[in-house]
Design a protein around this ligand. Structure first.
Ligand code: C5P
Length: 306
């Protein structure tokens, strides 16, 4: 066995729309959402080893419930693999922030171990395991722009979005988010937060036709509860407005916020100026391009590109 690790760069995602349609009898909620992956990545390294182990740049994340280890154990059990792997995760995507980082890491573990263990499982089989790990996990095994239905796991690929730059701001929380943040936010939704999915369908159509993004379509059912439960979200939004943002949206169920710029001349300059202003005011900001192309999500990245 070689000591060369498999190295993957699991990316974050933005929900350009996130429409909760209603609560289902199984306790989940039906969604309509346009998912877009962005080039803000964790780095996952996988080495052959006799047993499974995980080290993480954020030690708090390593525990029995960790989705990365759960993904590894699930594939190991389902594929009847007798060997293990040493996993190292360098976190760059803000944790529990609405950017899907944990789900993306789990998807990358499935891809990486499939390769490391020489399983040659087809994508559909990995997707089936991914859906068992979490509603957002299957997206990270497919193309970087997709319309999601069901609890988020039913995906229709969309044509590539025109290149945009995302400014993602993480509000400075006075308390760490609870472990079951997503469940709590869903539970706090009221019927007036539910939507009919029309904005997601219209956005999917606009992307398909190559029309510019209309911010009026970028709706999120969690805006009211996230701002209500977390005053720091409103503070971060105010800082973004001061820096010149025209519009601001919640990332997933929050608490991160984002705005987008077309990646042409004027847009790129505006993004750089706004990012500079926000950095100067002490806000945590990540600047990332939207991803396009089939191989973008879990492309093998070599040590040189890290
Ligand atoms: O699927 P995942 O484990 O990521 O979901 C975490 C929690 O978020 C679920 O237990 C459920 O309470 C809530 N959820 C939901 N509807 C969805 C996705 C998640 O109610 N579509």
């Amino acid at each position: 066995m070689s000591d060369e690790p498999v190295i993957l760069g699991p990316p974050a995602k933005l929900n350009l729309t996130l429409e909760v349609l209603g609560r289902r009898p199984d306790g989940y909620h039906d969604l309509a959402s346009v998912f877009q992956a962005i080039d803000l990545r964790d780095v996952l390294r996988l080495w052959p080893a006799a047993s499974l182990s995980l080290e993480c740049s954020t030690p708090d994340l390593v525990g029995e419930g960790n989705l990365v280890l759960r993904a590894a154990r699930l594939l190991q059990a389902e594929a009847g693999v007798a060997t293990g792997a040493r996993l190292h995760l360098a976190k760059r995507i803000p944790v529990a922030a609405g950017l899907g980082g944990g789900s993306s890491d789990a998807a990358a573990v499935l891809v990486g171990l499939n390769r490391l263990w020489g399983l040659e499982w087809p994508a559909e089989s990995l997707v089936e395991l991914a859906a068992r790990l979490g509603s957002d996990v299957p997206f990270f095994l497919g193309p970087p722009t997709a319309l999601a239905a069901g609890r988020g796991e039913q995906l229709s690929p969309l044509p590539a979005l025109a290149p945009h730059i995302a400014l993602v701001v993480r509000p400075a929380l006075r308390q760490p988010p609870p472990r079951d943040k997503t469940r709590r936010l869903y539970a706090a939704l009221r019927p007036e937060d539910y939507r009919d999915g029309a904005a997601s369908r219209q956005l999917a159509e606009a992307i398909g036709a190559g029309r510019p993004l209309d911010p009026a379509l970028l709706v999120n059912s969690f805006e009211r509860v996230a701002r209500g439960l977390c005053p720091e979200v409103a503070e971060a939004a105010a800082a973004m407005l001061v820096a010149g943002a025209w519009w601001i949206r919640l990332a997933g169920s929050g608490p991160c916020l984002y705005t987008l710029f077309r990646q042409d001349g004027a847009g790129a300059q505006q993004a750089a100026a706004e990012a500079e202003g926000l950095r100067a005011s002490g806000v945590e900001i990540h600047v990332a391009a939207t991803l396009a192309g089939d191989a973008a999500l879990n492309a093998h990245i070599g040590p040189d590109s890290i």
